[in-house]
Design a binder for this molecule. Structure first.
Ligand code: NAD
Length: 499
């Protein structure tokens, strides 16, 4: 059947490149529940062609003046802002999220593009005059070369934009390997770059699976890898890239907790839990997965959340419901299996999202908002990342018990505390072992001029994404020590200069 469907191509040398490999993967419309496209999976020759094109474009792009590079990034920003709804609709057709949520994803990516327009300021080096007599020291920041980006399905536009605006502005050339589940957004953005005036070869899209990723990891021309995806793959990417001498940042999975103290505003908590637990069908690395209720608030909170869930509309994202389908049938089934796991381990299924009424095709990959109570912390439903619309409540006796649970998990991506006690919030931000923290804010994704990244198994490597860390990652520094001789240079001295 797939031969009758359109195939999403690569983007090499500034043009669509149909694949000659014959290998493809299916791309589904999750709300329709059927395959609508195929995506090319690169073979060895296509991997080599993509990297060679990016490598050939590098000297010209790195040598292009900052002023000119800045104009092109500005133009990309303008085009993206004008046409963001087009991109949002593409995202919805392959990912399933509600169109307004997809537009929100594009807006968060746009923020990083806007940060990148100011890159000359962030690429400045330092200068120290007369560090020794007649000697000056200064630093300059230069691009790395070809940089690889490997992105996940859940943010097909925003996650690539965490990296490529900064990488390109800094003078690198980019090879992006998107998720094979929703590959079209990358091609749309490549066409926009072309329209913005970016020279061919500076932005390349290589569609593919593990073969393409390994090609990037092993190729000597690829200087760095920016990866976002599940933890086991992130760890593999980190180790393999390091073994090949590359700079690497590999962002992994998450299991985010929201700690609710008894003095919190429970209506705000319930609204926030709904937004952060079920937005984008829970397929966000910053989604709240566990609500830690410090007793005695759990019963009241569960009642408030349950009544809100009853109001939620699930359906085709093009019809603007509250929540769309999951990305694939296999992922939907995997998420649903955690409801059985939790129940078998003794949890109470307060709201079961299986078999809900939807505003969409019967075959869509549906799973409604699900609420579990008294989830044992030994259950796999508690310890593992679920990545779907399943919110677990764990009842704890005190603040300390809550923090201990957060810190004992494998991940450290995001967490939030809900309280009206400033002292408790301040203590929490200081001691909890997590990279991004919300105080009465459920999804604390930092703005573009800070940096994004978790701790522990949520980030392998030293550099977070975007913000100042992004500019550090995509540039390498030279320190120059210079002396312009005058007649009194002082003659031979075999020691270090001391004055
Ligand atoms: P995934 O790990 O399955 O895939 C991510 C990328 O890796 C894709 O491009 C995929 O093609 C590639 N890949 C898959 N298997 C591979 C293999 N064996 N070898 C090499 N490459 C491989 O992740 P996903 O399902 O697309 O995305 C969801 C995951 O991403 C969740 O775990 C989520 O928490 C995580 N995520 C993390 C962040 C973060 O900032 N920490 C952000 C978004 C998503």
């Amino acid at each position: 059947m797939s031969h009758q469907l359109p195939t999403v191509p690569h983007w090499i040398d500034g043009a669509r490149r149909e694949s000659g490999s014959g290998r493809t993967a299916p791309v589904y419309d999750p709300a329709l529940g059927r395959q609508t496209k195929a995506v090319a999976l690169a073979d060895e020759a296509e991997i080599q062609a993509a990297i060679a094109s990016a490598a050939a474009a590098f000297p010209g792009w790195a040598g292009t003046s900052m002023a000119r590079r800045q104009q092109i990034v500005f133009r990309f920003r303008e085009l993206l802002n004008e046409r963001k709804l087009e991109l949002a609709e593409i995202i919805t057709s392959e990912h399933g999220k509600v169109v307004s949520d997809a537009a929100g994803e594009v807006a968060r990516g746009l923020e990083v593009v806007e940060l990148a327009t100011g890159f000359p300021h962030l690429m400045k080096g330092g200068h120290s005059e007369n560090v020794s007599t007649g000697v000056d020291v200064y630093s300059i920041k230069q691009p790395l070369g070809v940089v690889g980006i490997v992105s996940p399905f859940n943010f097909p536009a925003m996650v690539p934009m965490w990296f490529f605006p900064i990488a390109i502005a800094a003078g690198n050339t980019v090879v992006l390997k998107p998720s094979e589940k929703d590959p079209s957004a990358a091609i749309w953005m490549a066409e926009l770059w072309k329209e913005a005036g970016l020279p061919d070869g500076v932005f390349t899209v290589l569609q593919g699976d593990r073969l393409a990723v390994d090609g990037l990891l092993e190729h000597p021309e690829v200087r760095s890898i920016s990866f976002v995806g599940s933890t086991p793959i992130a760890q593999y990417i980190y180790e393999t890239a390091a073994k090949h001498g590359k700079r690497v940042q590999a962002l992994g999975g998450a299991k985010n907790h929201m700690l609710v103290l008894p003095d919190a505003d429970l209506d705000l908590v319930a609204d926030s839990a709904i937004n952060a637990g079920f937005g984008s069908a829970g397929e966000r690395c910053m989604a709240v997965s566990v609500l830690l209720a410090v007793e005695p608030v759990a019963d009241e909170l569960i009642e408030k959340i349950t009544s809100r869930i009853a109001q939620l509309r699930v359906g085709d994202g093009r019809r603007e419901p509250d929540m769309g389908p999951l990305v694939t049938e296999a992922h939907r089934d995997k998420v649903a299996s955690y409801i059985d796991i939790a129940a078998a381990d003794g949890a109470e299924v307060v709201v079961d999202g299986r078999g809900i009424e939807v505003d969409g095709e019967a075959d869509g990959f549906w799973l409604g908002p699900t609420l579990l109570d008294r989830v044992p912390t030994t259950s796999r439903a508690y310890t593992e990342e679920i990545f779907g619309p399943v919110l677990s409540v764990v009842r704890v006796a005190c603040y300390e018990e809550g923090v201990e649970l957060i810190d004992s998990g494998a991940f450290g991506n995001g967490t939030a505390i809900f309280t009206n006690d400033g002292g408790a919030a301040r203590r929490f931000q200081s001691e909890v072992q997590v990279g991004m923290i919300g105080i009465n804010v459920p999804i604390p994704v930092p703005v573009a001029y800070y940096s994004f990244g978790g701790w522990k198994q949520s980030l392998f490597g030293a550099n977070k994404a975007y913000g100042p860390a992004g500019f550090d990652f995509f540039t390498q520094e030279k320190a120059v020590t210079s002396r312009w001789l005058d007649p009194s240079h002082g003659g031979i001295n075999l020691g270090f200069p001391q004055n």
